[in-house]
Design a binder for this molecule. Structure first.
Ligand SMILES: Cc1cc2nc3c(=O)[nH]c(=O)nc-3n(C[C@H](O)[C@H](O)[C@H](O)COP(=O)(O)OP(=O)(O)OC[C@H]3O[C@@H](n4cnc5c(N)ncnc54)[C@H](O)[C@@H]3O)c2cc1C
Length: 417
């Protein structure tokens, strides 16, 4: 299949010929008997890992196995927010690298992910929270991340529909990260899939991993719904199903699986020009280019593999949104859904080696791994190719739970913690 660049010229040419000449963006090959590397999970992190293995390490004999369709997991279910306002320097370095890689994504992969750096605003509602706002500003600036404090007057200009004098939740101020914003989520999966396919990597959809064949401490083959596939190394990026795969491979992870819900309203006129969060009221929201209000919730309380939304969460989120923006009360809700996220005790990811010598993992992103996809792929690819942690991943190994070196980012991980 020939490669087709996306450009103004190709758009014009296709437009004139009725858009019938577009080629398939990636192939659907049958699995081979064996690959040098098999990646389990065709979400953003798995596909980015395949791409960086080829681009940075020259490894192209790779299959990405996805039990459903690519991007059908959390990568295509999230609320699309990106930011790098984390507290510890190791986290800030990692998340800001991700944002920089996203800033370069369209040029690098010739795919428009609709990165919109419209600003990420965290609202604060009382004096104590304002104290933590100043704390947050300091830590972000110390980490070299752009940040500024907005007072009520500045907020009223930036977010005209916001009811800052709300008697229950008065808004006293906010922290703004201007480089934060949104990205069209499934485009990230499609962009990496197309790039990986161009490098000769096989993306195999409808292929569920069901078990492993082990020899000593190594995996030699993977049992799938499309037959047995041999491998030299395995990368795992399956988010909320990480502990299921670890169990198949014979080890345990400090991960619990919880449902995180989101919802979207019917399209309305442009009114909200930033992506924002109000940790105290329990909502984060942004408006899509089509006009829909995208609203995210807190984690569901219990462990679950049910990828479903539910009315109690919908009610809480909508109440919080209408409390802040009374005008939104007139909009109708269009859809709601859930995704299964992988929660770890310190709200930081787990990247790299596992007790199985040729199996490497990328998980624990919980409620905030969309913003990290490029760097998650970069770090997992490095671990697979070199058997050493990427410099940005040194503090994020599985061994930190054994050695009690947690990187507790609970405060920066948003309300969904
Ligand atoms: C409602 C919601 C809102 C969110 N909002 C944000 C946000 O605004 N910003 C942010 O940064 N993050 C957000 N997140 C988190 C973010 O979406 C995830 O951290 C990120 O997408 C994880 O990507 P991934 O590639 O690891 O996982 P996924 O995209 O879930 O991909 C994993 C893939 O593995 C596949 N798989 C699982 N088991 C198997 C198996 N046995 N065999 C083969 N394949 C298998 C799944 O089908 C899935 O496609 C949100 C998540 C949800 C659910």
């Amino acid at each position: 299949m020939g490669w087709q660049d996306y450009s103004l010229l190709s758009l014009a040419r296709q437009g004139l010929s009725g858009n019938r000449g577009w080629k398939q963006a990636w192939r659907s090959p049958a699995p081979k008997k064996k690959y040098q590397v098999v990646i389990i999970g065709g979400g953003g992190h798995g596909l980015a890992t395949a791409w960086y293995l080829a681009r940075e390490h020259g490894i192209r004999d790779i299959a990405v196995l996805e039990k459903g369709w690519i991007g059908g997991g959390n990568t295509g279910r999230n609320t699309t927010n990106v930011r790098s306002d984390y507290m510890f320097s190791e986290s800030a370095a990692m998340y800001d690298k991700a944002l920089k890689l996203y800033e370069d994504f369209a040029r690098e992969l010739n795919f428009n992910i609709m990165l919109s750096q419209r600003g990420w605003v965290t609202l604060f509602h009382d004096q104590h929270q304002m104290e933590s706002a100043r704390h947050k500003l300091n830590w972000m600036r110390c980490n070299g991340i752009d940040a500024e404090i907005l007072d009520r007057a500045a907020l009223a200009k930036l977010i005209p529909g916001l009811r800052a004098d709300n008697p229950r939740w008065p808004v006293l101020g906010a922290v703004l990260q201007q480089r934060g914003g949104t990205i069209r989520h499934d485009a990230v999966a499609w962009g990496y899939a197309r790039g990986a396919d161009r490098m000769g990597i096989d993306i195999i959809q409808n292929c569920e991993v069901k078990g492993f064949t082990r020899e000593g401490d190594r995996i030699t083959a993977i049992d799938t719904s499309r037959g047995t596939i041999g491998c030299d190394s395995v990368g795992v990026a399956v988010a909320g199903h990480s502990s299921v795969i670890a169990d198949m491979a014979g080890f345990r992870l400090p991960v619990t699986s919880r449902c995180l819900q989101a919802m979207v309203s019917e399209p309305i006129r442009p009114i909200l020009d930033v992506a924002m969060i109000s940790p105290a009221t329990g909502v984060y929201l942004n408006q899509t280019q089509k006009g829909e209000l995208v609203m995210g919730a807190m984690l569901d309380p219990g462990q679950s593999y049910g990828q479903r939304g539910g009315p109690r969460t919908v009610q809480k989120v909508v109440e919080a949104a209408v409390e802040l923006f009374p005008a939104f009360g007139q909009a109708r809700l269009m859809r709601h859904w859930g995704g299964i996220v992988d929660i770890v005790p310190d709200s930081s990811p787990i990247i790299g080696a596992t007790p199985v010598s040729n199996l490497y993992i990328n998980c624990g992103w919980g409620t905030g791994g969309f913003k990290a996809i490029p760097v998650g792929g970069l770090m997992l690819a490095h671990a697979i190719a070199t058997n050493r942690p990427h410099p940005l991943a040194e503090k994020f190994g599985l061994d930190r739970f054994r050695d009690n070196r947690l990187v507790d980012e609970g405060a920066a991980s948003g309300i969904a913690h």
